[in-house]
Design a protein around this ligand. Structure first.
Ligand code: ADP
Ligand code: ASP
Ligand code: MG
Length: 481
């Protein structure tokens, strides 16, 4: 019997109408005799509101967090009222929702007494979003006669203690899921699981990072040995560009694990960057589909490196990054400067999004997210203090108001001249490129331009991508179906 894991994102569970749609989709798959595990996000907007409630509480603004609590209450109660008819069923789920909301208020109160929301407390606070949505959705499904059980993922996903960006401890997680969830699934019960949340071995709540429900779903798909993972979202699939940036964006019928990894890492919000990690070694196909247009087949993600002759498949952009440049005449041939710089960056808590070195070896630059940039600059300057003092290194320059643009496509490997085409196009349009990096996988090229050039650069390169995607369509190469 086919076994699927599916995940519904925030917009997909964002209202009573959307949840009704989710119930139909799940019912439809169960009707086809499949075993299902369902992972759900918080209702759209709720995670942001919960984070706001944390800062409101930390600064003692009780009115603000109480208002947020009331808004979240109203959202969930409206779904219950719209979709659950039996008074006793309604009362039961209302009581559960109210109990959780009381927990949220109490935690906010504790934060306001402490005067700060540590990452650990913040994780506990945002966890209410998924804990609420999963319960309401499970109750709606049960009321519609589906055999479901609400499941808290913190009982199964065991993580390290990196709050707000935790990683699973695989062996423990897998054995808990196999022992605790698989038998139930095999007996025909569909677990409705909280996305986003895990817990340390001591049971302290953690989260997998913003957008992390995709990753949760992939973890369950891998451990349950699913035949397919479906990420249900609010667009028809993975597209040639962010449809919010360029309305010409088209759905890609097929992308490889590697391509989607690059796309997600470089800013395509449609999937969390870690989503493919758990499924890639097990070769579990992933499909991205639209909850609001279930007739569309969506995008298939799989192992084949290249299902098409498309060279550039998609273009992405990341805002809110800064570029740091380390340069100086004394760097030539001095080993270890890059290593020390990157170590200092890591110690300042930042991960590096892109690195580029000029061939002269007299400078290199790298990018980090804006909020950490100043700290990183200071940490690197402290690390290289001696070299700066001796004028071997001039300075560590910080440039904000820049963006990283990435073009992705496995067909670039072994297709000479792509980088040349990309950069001459940008040159012709007078878009100044500040730094370039090509991933070692050769399936992406990233470069930095001024923030003001973002839309123009994405637009120009997107035109290039659309041309080749169209060629594929014409030759029938793009279709995996
Ligand atoms: P969910 O709540 O379902 O997880 P997200 O908002 O996290 O949904 O991700 C879906 C959104 O990602 C889309 O609405 C779209 O605006 C955005 N997006 C950015 N880049 C792309 C892309 N290349 N293809 C598809 N969607 C993209
Ligand atoms: N609710 C979480 C977020 O908004 C996780 C997710 O939706 O994937 O980041
Ligand atoms: Mg998402």
């Amino acid at each position: 019997m086919a076994r699927f894991t599916m995940k519904f994102g925030g917009t997909s569970v964002g209202s009573a109408e959307a949840i009704a749609q989710v119930v139909d989709i799940v019912g439809d798959h169960l009707g086809q005799g499949r075993q299902l595990a369902v992972v759900v996000s918080a209702m759209a907007g709720v995670t942001d509101m919960l984070l706001d409630s944390a800062s409101a509480a930390a600064s003692g603004r009780q009115d603000a967090y109480m208002e947020i609590n009331a808004t979240i209450a109203a959202m969930h109660l409206a779904v219950i009222d719209a979709l659950i008819k039996s008074p006793s069923d309604r009362d039961a789920i209302r009581a559960e929702v109210n109990e959780l909301l009381k927990g949220h208020r109490e935690l906010c109160e504790a934060v306001s007494i402490l005067g700060e929301a540590t990452p650990r407390i913040s994780d506990a606070l945002v966890s209410f979003g998924e804990r609420l949505s999963s319960r309401v959705i499970a109750a709606v499904m049960a009321a519609k006669g589906l055999s479901v059980r609400q499941v808290d993922s913190n009982d199964f996903i065991v993580t390290d203690n990196v709050f707000q960006n935790a990683d699973p401890l695989w062996d423990e997680t897998e054995s808990r899921i196999v022992d605790g969830l698989l038998p139930e699934l095999e007996s025909g019960v569909t677990p409705i699981i909280t996305g986003f949340i895990g817990a340390t071995p001591d049971g302290i709540l953690t989260t997998l990072g913003r957008g992390g429900s995709d990753f949760s779903a992939a973890i369950f798909a891998a451990c349950l040995r699913s035949d397919e993972l479906i990420i249900w979202t609010d667009v028809d699939g993975v597209m040639t560009a962010d449809p919010r940036l360029d309305e010409r964006a088209r759905v890609l019928p097929y992308v490889s694990y590697q391509e989607i990894g690059e796309l997600a890492f470089y800013g395509a919000k449609v999937l969390h960057p870690k989503t493919v990690q758990p499924i890639i070694t097990r070769d579990i196909p992933l499909r991205v589909r639209n909850t609001f247009n279930p007739a569309h087949p969506g995008t298939m993600v799989g192992a084949r490196a290249q299902a098409s002759e498309t060279v550039i498949k998609a273009v992405t952009g990341i805002r809110d990054v800064s570029m740091l440049t380390v340069s100086g005449p004394g760097m030539l041939g001095v080993p270890g400067i890059a290593g020390r710089t990157f170590l200092a960056t890591a110690k300042a808590g930042a991960s590096i999004l892109m690195i580029s070195q000029a061939s002269s070896e007299q400078s290199f630059c790298f990018t980090v997210v804006d909020p950490l940039a100043q700290n990183v600059k200071e940490a690197v300057e402290a690390e290289l203090r001696r070299e700066i003092l001796h004028n071997d290194i001039d300075s560590v320059d910080l440039l904000s108001d820049i963006v990283i643009i990435t073009v992705v496509g496995a067909g670039m490997r072994g297709t000479p001249g792509i980088a040349g085409r990309v950069f001459s196009l940008l040159g012709e349009r007078s878009i100044n490129v500040l730094a370039i990096a090509q991933g070692s996988s050769e399936c992406s090229i990233s470069f930095i331009v001024a923030e003001d050039d973002l839309e123009r650069a994405v637009g120009e390169l997107h035109t290039l991508a659309l041309e080749t995607v169209e060629n594929d369509r014409a030759t029938g190469l793009a279709s995996p179906y």
